[in-house]
Design a protein. Structure first.
Length: 550
């Protein structure tokens, strides 16, 4: 509140001082209007001044701040020096600055400096001892420039000691040029003149108004930067929530690519995941074309990420890492690793065909996204370890039983059906005893692969324990389940693997129960029925399929 009141007070003072200058200018215009009609030069000067004021004030600087110096032209200038100032004013409008393409304060600056030098060149009263020759003109310019620099130094030092925030704005807008130029003109004005008293007042008004305008620009820039950072944070937060909601590896690539497009607008995107210490691209996009080719990252990238454990702003010209196989068309890229227990589990790469496209802030944003992706990946791995058997890739018994209960509730509610199969290998114990557990594990893994090859995508396999398996077949009746069970039995009977110069083979027995034909109130009851059918298959000679008979 106090800052707002102070700002209004400063603005009021600035407008008052500039209005005072214009009051003197209007008085001079009145004097010009009283001249004879044949004296056309002052009227031409007045028209040119009005046009210049209008053109400069349209460029975005407050009206009095951009034109009060030009009002001083009307107060003090003769037609020739004013004409020279207006010419330089028109040329000065084309000067460029780093922040603004065409800033009007440069035009005012050029006008005031040229105005001061024109007095030096055309008016010999200020240097009466110097003859009006080319050497004299050169000497006058040098003296005027020395005075100009002296005033610059005298004005800059107090501003730097008094306020560090004011002087950068003055330097950026080149306000010192019109200030010092007007001071030189004021020196050339007769001492005691009422118009000379308006010069310092006008300069104070200009400083205050341009400073307020600069503060407004900086506030707008800060607001835009804050809005951009807020959008980034919201996007990163949304990425984290969606990754935790869908932590699967298959959804990881498309999801991260979509969100990175919002954040960085890259020309390409690559997701790398670790596999036995090697980073492989599991998702790639070049432009709008997506690639399924699994490209292996260069070992130098893996070594660098593992050693540094941080992201990298990569530039093709520097050739710090060999990335041509991954991003052949990129000239700049951001690389951020996934770290799980201080080990590199993967990496994100966003690329651009333009050099120096990315900076350290964008690298920090991508690193945050990578950390969230690493957390989601770690969560998915934990969930997999809790639900998936590491040897066969089948579901574990506890998770399978929960799904069986859900399927029974769904089928009972909507009138659906499903089948439950219990499977047990015949003669697996001798394989373990003769050839060891390593050979037994290899054989179990081969049997699991064979069983999965006979199933549909919706079917759920489970390692029930040891060499026993369970299968849940949704929307399957007794006849369909019998067909699938027979296919599995035949495929396992034909399976053989080599171990220590011999071939390992076995058969499998299968018990089958269906819902609602063999339904009970609990899922355990249906599993007990399928287990009884399996027991009958074992007792009946093995290598066969038997369904439950109530």
């Amino acid at each position: 509140m106090r800052d707002r009141i102070l700002q209004k007070f400063i603005r009021s003072i600035a407008w008052f001082l500039c209005a005072l200058t214009w009051a003197f200018a209007v008085r001079q215009v009145w004097n010009l209007a009283a001249l004879p009609s044949t004296d056309w030069a002052p009227r031409l000067v007045l028209a040119g001044t009005a046009w210049a004021c209008f053109r400069v004030s349209r460029r975005g600087v407050p009206l009095f701040a951009s034109s009060s110096l030009i009002a001083l032209l009307v107060l003090w200038s003769d037609p020739w020096s004013l004409a020279l100032g207006l010419i330089v004013l028109a040329a000065g409008r084309g000067r460029r600055s780093r922040r603004d393409r065409r800033h009007p304060i440069h035009a005012v600056s050029a006008c005031s400096v040229a105005w001061s030098l024109s007095y030096t060149l055309l008016d010999s009263e200020i240097f009466p001892a110097i003859e009006p020759t080319w050497l004299g003109f050169t000497l006058r310019i040098g003296i005027a420039w020395s005075v100009f620099e002296g005033f610059s130094w005298a004005l800059v030092q107090p501003l730097e000691s008094g306020s560090r925030a004011t002087i950068p704005a003055i330097r950026r807008t080149e306000l010192l040029n019109p200030v010092i130029g007007a001071l030189l003109v004021a020196l050339q004005t007769a001492v005691g003149s009422i118009a000379a008293l308006a010069a310092p007042l006008t300069l104070v008004g200009q400083v205050l108004l341009v400073r307020l305008d600069q503060a407004r620009r900086e506030l707008r820039h800060t607001k835009h930067a804050l809005e951009s950072r807020t959008a980034e944070l919201l996007t990163v937060r949304a990425v984290g929530q969606e990754l935790l909601a869908r932590p699967g590896r298959r959804q990881l690539g498309p999801l991260l690519d979509r969100e990175c497009r919002k954040l960085f607008d890259p020309d390409g995107f690559t997701l790398l995941l670790a596999d036995d210490g090697v980073l492989r691209a599991v998702y790639r996009r070049q432009g709008e074309r997506k690639s399924t080719q699994r490209v292996t990252a260069d070992p130098s990238l893996v070594h660098w990420l593992q050693e540094e454990k941080r992201g990298l702003c990569w530039r093709k010209e520097e050739q710090t890492l060999a990335l041509q196989t991954l991003i052949p068309q990129a000239r700049s890229a951001l690389i951020a690793p996934f770290l799980i227990d201080q080990h590199v589990a993967g990496a994100l790469i966003v690329e651009s065909r333009k050099p120096d496209r990315y900076d350290e802030h964008q690298l920090a944003v991508l690193s945050t996204v990578a950390q969230q992706a690493a957390a989601a990946l770690e969560s998915a791995q934990r969930q997999r370890r809790a639900t998936i058997d590491s040897l066969t890739g089948f579901f574990l018994r506890e998770y399978f039983f929960r799904r069986l209960e859900e399927e029974q509730r769904r089928a009972r509610r909507y009138g659906g059906r499903f089948a439950l199969l219990m499977l047990d290998l015949d003669g697996f114990k001798p394989i373990n005893d003769r050839h060891g557990h390593l050979a037994g594990d290899r054989y179990l893994r081969a049997v699991a692969t064979t069983i999965r090859a006979q199933l549909r995508s919706a079917d759920m396999p489970c390692r029930y324990g040891g060499d026993e398996f369970s299968l849940l077949l949704p929307e399957t009746d007794l006849r369909g389940a019998s067909v699938i069970a027979e296919r599995i039995r035949e495929a396992v009977a034909q399976l053989e693997i080599e171990a220590e110069g011999t071939f390992l083979r076995s058969t499998i027995s299968i018990g089958l129960a269906t819902f609602p034909e063999h339904s009970t109130d609990e899922a355990k009851g249906l599993m007990r029925h399928a287990d009884e059918a399996l027991y009958r298959a074992k007792r009946g000679g093995r290598d066969r399929v038997v369904h439950y008979a109530s």
